[in-house]
Design a protein around this ligand. Structure first.
Ligand code: GLA
Length: 435
């Protein structure tokens, strides 16, 4: 068997837009009003911290979803996609009454209904009314280079592409300002939480809507404040390799929700709204956040909280969340101070080990991908996203991308796993119109 690794290319914006437009014309026998794009994401560190009011550090992928859109007056959502070639039709008023729902209509309609709600909640009733009047229904054609169900946020990318599209179709002007974009993030999150029924935390929509080209986004999920850090890997001679384990991953199933519930219960026992409140603003450089087997792990301020918990599952979950927020904080500090590749490696590796051992969201394929990349000489490797399958990321010397991918293919082949696929990525711009 050949071990040549398969790389998944990203569409160039022109190509993605053309594909969505052609699919639209073929399906609806009409021209769309425009094409909008929104990227998938990987998270560099800070995993399962968003719904705990902690920090995360995502970047937007060059792999994106493209939607060609046109308003329809009949109150229906008609959606066609390259990946699901059967036309899906749902009435917006039905979704309003019956949710959570399945299928692409839940995502698309969820964003329309979610945005109206978010605008109303933020005292922008006039804009909410305009949205409802101007976008009573929608025809949508979707082209995507984001692999589906791979933990790269294809659903958030769809939500964000729809959000920037309806923003423009209704003339709301939210995409143009940072504060407006945050409302679109909220709408996407509401679509996912309420209308799709996945209790996710907002990291994915924030990444797709707020990331900048060539930067990682420091995202504080307690205040939703952000800061972009340049992430110039080529200058360091490095590349970011994403390994898609091609193992299924579904966030609407119970595992993700169970982790979230355990954290919320632990926060209640510890007397805080969110676990993130327990992390000091300044992390002492002496704190051990990376050697999970050492006696001084976790740092004392973490152990003191763990000692107050009786439930052993909660102890494990809280140990991950508090140390992971601190690891993310430390990596942000390192990005400010200048790259220290040895520290980066330790932080990324420890993040994975903590997700595997304490948060228990890894799986044998992710562990094998990480182990093979590390063995091939990577500067850190870890699972990214919700886990239970999906993708791992690894930083490798730029001339070692192919060799690392080969090493992973070989390891998967030996273990009898599905054949993995790869994405070679650099930080890309956030959601917007394709001109
Ligand atoms: C998924 C969720 C996010 C976040 C990550 C884990 O991607 O959608 O909200 O919780 O998992 O960091």
């Amino acid at each position: 068997m050949s071990i040549k690794p398969e790389f998944i290319p990203a569409y160039q914006p022109k190509e993605g837009a053309q594909r969505a437009k052609e699919l639209f014309e073929k399906t609806f026998s009409a021209l769309p009003s425009g094409v909008w794009r929104a990227p998938g994401r990987v998270n560099v560190i800070g995993e399962h911290t968003d719904y705990n009011g902690g920090k995360a550090l995502p970047l937007a992928l060059p792999h994106a979803i493209y939607v060609a859109l046109r308003v329809s007056e009949d109150g229906q959502l008609k959606i066609i996609s390259e990946d699901f070639p059967e036309l899906s039709i749902i009435k917006l008023s039905d979704l309003e009454k019956h949710y959570p729902a399945t299928g692409p209509g839940a995502f698309v309609g969820g964003v329309i209904l979610g945005l109206a709600q978010v605008l109303g909640d933020n005292g922008q009733e006039e804009l909410a009314r305009r949205l409802q009047a101007k976008v009573p229904g929608l025809e949508v054609a979707v082209a995507s280079s984001v692999p589906l169900s791979a933990g790269l946020s294809s659903s958030a990318a769809l939500e964000c592409a729809i959000a920037v599209g309806i923003d423009e179709l209704a003339g709301l002007g939210l995409t143009k300002s940072f504060e407006g974009r945050k409302l679109l993030v909220e709408a996407g999150k509401l679509a996912e939480n309420r209308y799709v029924g996945a209790p996710t935390g907002g990291l994915d929509q924030s990444a797709s809507m707020l990331c900048e080209k060539d930067c990682v986004l420091e995202l504080d999920c307690s205040t939703w404040q952000t800061r972009s850090h340049p992430f110039d890997l080529p200058a360091l001679g490095l590349s970011l390799l994403v390994i898609d384990t091609c193992t299924s991953h579904d966030l609407a199933d119970g595992q993700y929700g169970a982790r979230r519930a355990a954290c919320e219960e632990a926060a209640r026992v510890l007397g805080v709204e969110e676990l993130g409140e327990l992390v000091p603003k300044i992390i002492s450089p002496a704190d051990n956040l990376t050697d999970l087997d050492a006696d001084d792990y976790p740092p004392t301020w973490v152990q003191q909280q763990l000692d107050k918990l009786e439930d052993t599952e909660q102890v494990l979950r809280v140990r991950h969340v508090l140390t992971e927020i601190a690891r993310c904080q430390r990596l942000c500090e390192l990005l400010e101070a200048g790259a220290d590749l040895d520290e980066w490696r330790k932080l990324l590796d420890a993040s994975h080990d903590s997700l595997r051992r304490d948060y228990q969201v890894s799986c044998k394929e992710l562990d094998a991908a990480v182990a093979a990349a590390r063995k091939a000489g990577a500067f850190g490797a870890r699972m990214t996203g919700g886990g239970f399958g999906g993708c791992a990321i690894t930083l490798v010397n730029s001339d070692q991308v192919e060799a690392t991918a080969r090493a992973v293919v070989e390891a998967f082949n030996k273990a009898g796993f599905n054949r993995p696929r790869f994405l070679s990525v650099s930080p890309s711009p956030a959601a917007g119109k394709v001109e």
